[in-house]
Write a new protein. Structure first.
Length: 317
């Protein structure tokens, strides 16, 4: 599923946590932008975000719920491929325009600044808080990878691959691909929401620009560079692209987007399977040179650990 709308879920998680931080004020006091817009009473939808437990749950459930509803109506009508990408991009534009127009309630295009807010009595921009959320980001990365690895292993993972490769056959086999695709989309949205919350604290601000089309395309570039269809590829791609972005945007601030576009073209034309795919292909060639016998089947049974263990047991017997 090629989604161009994950900026929505990233921004929702970021806004949820930013609202919590901005409400850490003395009783009766409102965030500064409310007074600038003539608001004298805290809006009802802000009030629950004064609670940290509610905010943590909302950071996960709100993006997941919206993704589940949108995904259900899309997948129920068997929309996929480029049409799915177009619909997710359309949803992204709708949410972007919605958030930019709400100057009175969420500060519109200016977004919510969190760098001077307090988190358990400490300023968010302080070294202690930033270091804490850096460690939380690392822990979140490990946890997200473990969850995705657990989901993609076993029967559930094989069913997801079957839906990817031949959805009509899966449907004729008695499974309903819609529910599985909705679930996967909701899980990915929840992970994006958590990422947005962590990003908001460390960047000091969240704005509707997180729902800009270019940012969602940048997420796709991360996956394309690292390797589609792999979990570690997405991690490698995100790290490499953002490292290059930090270096090149400082040296050539007006030309970074050109570098990004060129990188995407090089990967699509020269490394269609990304960095991880390239290493896997060349690893197979090295095994052939060493004399190891690889089976030319699909899916690649030589990469399936479960089948390898059964083959080894059969060979010993």
């Amino acid at each position: 599923m090629l989604s161009l709308g994950h900026g929505i879920f990233f921004a929702l998680g970021g806004y949820a946590f930013a609202m919590f931080l901005l409400l850490q004020l003395p009783a009766g006091k409102l965030p500064d932008f409310f007074s600038l817009n003539g608001v004298t009473e805290l809006p009802w939808f802000w009030q629950p975000f004064a609670s940290l437990p509610f905010t943590l749950v909302a950071t996960i459930l709100i993006p997941a719920a919206i993704a589940g509803v949108v995904g259900y109506f899309i997948f129920r009508n068997r929309i996929r491929g480029v049409y799915f990408a177009i619909l997710t991009q359309a949803a992204l534009i709708v949410f972007y325009n919605l958030f930019t127009s709400q100057q009175k309630w969420i500060n519109g295009t200016n977004g919510l600044k969190t760098d001077s807010a307090l988190f358990f009595g400490k300023v968010v921009s302080s070294i202690e808080v930033q270091w804490l959320f850096y460690l939380l980001s690392l822990a979140g990365l490990v946890g997200a990878y473990a969850i995705c690895r657990w989901l993609t292993n076993g029967r559930f993972g094989r069913l997801l691959m079957a839906i990817r490769d031949d959805e009509p056959r899966v449907r004729f086999s008695g499974y309903d691909p819609t529910s599985f695709k909705v679930f996967v989309l909701a899980v990915s949205a929840a992970l994006a929401g958590v990422s947005g919350a962590l990003y908001t604290v460390q960047s000091g601000i969240i704005t509707p620009n997180a729902m800009d089309v270019s940012f969602s395309i940048e997420m796709i570039i991360w996956v394309a560079v690292g390797g589609r269809g792999t979990l570690i590829g997405a991690v490698i791609g995100a790290l490499l692209v953002n490292f290059a972005k930090s270096i090149l945007s400082e040296q050539f601030p007006t030309f970074w987007l050109f570098f990004q576009g060129a990188l995407f073209l090089v990967v699509v034309t020269g490394l269609p399977d990304g960095i991880v795919g390239w290493f896997r292909q060349n690893g197979s060639k090295w095994q052939q040179l060493r004399g190891d016998r690889l089976l030319a089947t699909y899916p690649q049974v030589d990469l399936d650990e479960e089948l390898q263990s059964e083959r080894n047991i059969g060979g010993k017997s």
